[in-house]
Ligand binder design. Structure first.
Ligand code: HEM
Length: 331
């Protein structure tokens, strides 16, 4: 029974990573709410560590010091990768923060989560900054090139669809706008800043979070569409990609496929996904004259299907948020 549950969770994580991470993280946050509230400083320090480990090699580079990336360190490397890609941690956390604003606080679970909204916002910043740091260095220059000198860009990349590259490049530049939007919202999550600002000013600034939510949806959708239009190619010229932490080889295959599929990762995983491309289900060969029992691990989804599942997840999540938010505002 436990084995089946673990298998099911692994399968869900692989086929619908965002929804699964969202469910797991919500449960963990509800369980840990009291502890997070009580020991917020400790949690901030803990969640800041992966960000510092992402920032250190980049800072070192600026000063000409070579600091090895920490992504190869077992377990810690996985956490760092999750920070960088947003899919397993940063995005679900931002969604939870967004959602509780649209739900009725009377419900005990919502009340618990609402009590740690500020703490969650501060923690989400560490993932957002780690993500942005890597992406500004590795994806933004290519996006600028796409719009500034499209011919040169297309000649030097592996992308096949100009439209796909356009979607990706647009979403990367939108990311820069989102970062500019996110910083003041994040800084004003701290009590000291909030008090100095005064409630009225603070409330006014917080209205910008709705703009952030809209751009989050566009950012995620455009990245997904761009990735699906260019299933085999990267958006940036090779040398830039090769230095991306995102491209560090992972030994944990299951973890790798559980993250949202992006253009850069597609190249890495394309070979292994080739085998499952034709069909969505595969049955292991018979052993000892008997058919082996079919487990969740035997149901394979190709990257295109996963892409569609991810887009439907995004539409469901952001669509239902919009519905709930409007309903709450009307009351
Ligand atoms: C600074 C420029 C940015 C660039 C170039 C950028 C680029 C990307 C890329 C390439 C991905 C795909 C996942 C990956 O491989 O990392 C992604 C995903 C994501 N980004 Fe950004 N990003 C930027 C900033 C931001 C900011 C500031 C936020 C949030 C405030 C953000 C939120 C997200 C989220 C939530 C996802 C996951 C989407 C999903 O689950 O489908 N990004 N971004």
């Amino acid at each position: 029974m436990v084995k089946l549950l673990i298998e099911l969770l692994g399968y869900l994580r692989e086929s619908a990573p965002l929804l699964t991470s969202l469910a797991v993280l919500t449960l963990l946050l509800v369980l840990l709410a009291k502890s997070i509230k009580k020991h917020s400083g400790l949690y901030y320090t803990l969640f800041a560590i992966p960000f510092v480990l992402v920032a250190l090699p980049s800072l070192g580079k600026l000063f000409g010091i070579e600091i090895a990336g920490f992504v190869r360190v077992p377990f810690l490397g996985e956490i760092i990768r999750d920070y960088i890609h947003m899919g397993a941690f940063g995005h679900p956390l931002l969604i939870i923060i967004m959602y509780i604003g649209a739900l009725e606080v009377r419900r005990p679970t919502v009340k618990k989560l609402m009590s740690i909204r500020k703490e969650m916002s501060i923690i989400s910043g560490f993932a957002v900054f780690a993500h942005s740091l890597i992406r500004v260095m590795n994806s933004v220059p290519g996006a600028f090139r796409f719009f500034a000198n499209n011919e040169e860009y297309m000649a030097n990349t592996k992308v096949v669809s100009t439209l796909g590259a356009g979607f990706s490049s647009f979403s990367f530049l939108l990311g820069v706008f989102m970062l500019i939007l996110f910083i003041p919202l994040w800084v004003t999550s701290f009590d000291a800043v909030r008090k100095r600002m005064g409630h009225v000013k603070w409330k006014k600034l917080q209205k910008w979070s709705y703009v952030l939510y809209v751009t989050l949806f566009i950012h995620a959708m455009a990245i997904q569409i761009g990735g699906m239009l260019n299933p085999r190619g990267g958006q940036t010229p090779k040398p830039a990609i090769e230095t991306t932490v995102a491209q560090e080889k992972t030994t944990n295959r299951q973890r790798e496929t559980a993250r949202p599929v992006t253009n850069e990762r597609r190249g890495e995983t394309a070979k292994s996904e080739e085998n499952s491309r034709q069909s969505t289900s595969a049955v292991k060969p018979a052993t000892n004259g008997r058919m082996p029992t079919k487990g969740f691990a035997d149901i394979k989804l190709n990257s295109q299907t996963k892409g569609y599942i991810h887009m439907i997840s995004l539409i469901l999540i952001y669509g239902s948020y919009l519905f709930l938010r409007i309903r709450k505002a009307k009351r």
